[in-house]
Design a protein around this ligand. Structure first.
Ligand SMILES: Nc1ncnc2c1ncn2[C@@H]1O[C@H](COP(=O)(O)O)[C@@H](OP(=O)(O)O)[C@H]1O
Ligand SMILES: [Mg+2]
Length: 260
C-alpha cells in the first residue's frame, strides 16, 4: 500500500466505525454530547492502531491525542482529524442523521509539504483522495456559491460574500466544504476566525490534487507541521476565481482592519 492508498484506507476504516456507532443507536434515544465523545474516541483508536501497524516509523498529529511535539523533528507526520463536523455527526433531525461530516487523513513530509491525503464522507458513501484521478470541473458561473460554516458564523466571511454578491451554502465540516468545491457543489470555501492544522490538512491536500487553489486569506501558502497548531483561516476555490476571491477578501480585510 502506498501513502495515498493508506490515507484512503484509514479514512474509510474510521468512517466505518463512526457509522457503526450511529447504527447502534438507530432510532433510539441518545445523548449528543456522549455520542460525540464516543465517536471521537472510536475513530481515534481505529486510526492510531492502523498507523502504528502500517506506518510505525511516522509521527502523528491528531485532534484527539496530545501533541508531544516530537513531530517537529520528524520527516513524515500524519495529520488526522478522526471526526470533522462533530456537531453534525451527532445531529438527527426528523429521524434522519446528518451526513455532512468527514474523516481527515493527511501525510506531511519534510521538503514536500502535504504529499497524500484522504477525506471520507462516510454517511454519503464517498471518498476523496490523492489516490484517485482528479475529475475536471467546469468554470464557475455567477452568482458564485460559497460554502460557509453552519455552526461557526463569521462576520468576516459574510462580508466577503457581500463583496462577491455570492450565495452562501451552509454545511458542516471543513472537509465537506472543501470537497464541495472539488465536486462543483460550490465554487469556494472561505473561512476565518479559527481552526487547527487537522481541520484543513487533508481537505487542502485533496483540493490541491484536484487542481483547486488554496491559500491563507492574506494570500500566504498554508503551512503544516508548524509548531503553532492554529491555521485560523483559509481559501479553497476554483482556480478561475482565485483572483476575484482574493481581491474580495483583501477588500474585506482592509475595510475592517482586523478579523472578527
Ligand atoms: N472559529 C473556530 N475556532 C476553532 N475551530 C473552528 C472554528 N470554526 C470551525 N472550527 C472547526 O473546524 C471544523 C469545521 O467547522 P464548521 O463545520 O463550523 O465549518 C470543526 O472541527 P471539529 O468538528 O473537528 O471540531 C470546527 O471545530
Ligand atoms: Mg475538525
Amino acid at each position: 500500500m502506498n501513502d495515498h492508498e493508506l490515507a484512503s484506507d484509514l479514512a474509510l476504516q474510521a468512517g466505518g466505525a463512526l457509522l457503526e456507532l450511529r447504527d447502534r443507536i438507530g432510532d433510539g434515544a441518545y445523548d449528543p454530547a456522549r455520542l460525540r465523545a464516543q465517536a471521537d474516541r472510536a475513530a481515534q483508536s481505529v486510526l492510531a492502531a492502523a498507523l502504528a501497524r502500517h506506518a510505525p516509523g511516522d509521527a502523528v498529529l491528531s485532534e484527539e491525542a496530545a501533541d508531544d511535539r516530537s513531530r517537529l523533528s520528524r520527516d513524515r507526520v500524519w495529520i488526522i482529524d478522526p471526526l470533522d463536523g462533530t456537531r453534525e455527526y451527532s445531529t438527527r433531525t426528523d429521524g434522519a442523521w446528518r451526513d455532512d461530516w468527514a474523516v481527515h487523513v493527511a501525510l506531511w513530509t519534510r521538503g514536500g509539504g502535504l504529499t497524500a491525503g484522504a477525506v471520507a464522507e462516510p454517511a454519503r458513501e464517498r471518498l476523496f483522495s490523492t489516490a484517485c484521478d482528479p475529475v475536471a470541473r467546469l468554470a464557475p458561473k455567477t452568482p458564485l456559491r460559497i460554502a460557509v460554516s453552519r455552526s461557526h458564523p463569521s462576520d468576516f466571511v459574510r462580508a466577503v460574500l457581500g463583496e462577491l454578491d455570492a450565495i452562501p451554502v451552509a454545511m458542516g465540516s471543513a472537509g465537506v466544504k472543501a470537497m464541495a468545491v472539488v465536486d462543483g457543489t460550490v465554487d469556494a470555501y472561505v473561512h476565518a476566525g479559527g481552526q487547527y492544522q487537522w481541520d484543513s490538512a487533508a481537505p487542502v491536500a485533496v483540493a490541491r490534487h484536484c487542481g483547486m487553489f488554496t491559500s491563507r486569506i492574506d494570500g500566504a501558502p498554508i503551512e503544516y507541521n508548524r509548531e503553532d497548531l492554529s491555521v485560523p483561516d483559509l481559501i479553497v476555490c476554483h482556480p478561475d476565481i482565485q483572483e476575484s476571491v482574493q481581491a474580495a477578501v483583501a477588500r474585506t480585510l482592509n475595510g475592517k482592519g482586523k478579523l472578527p
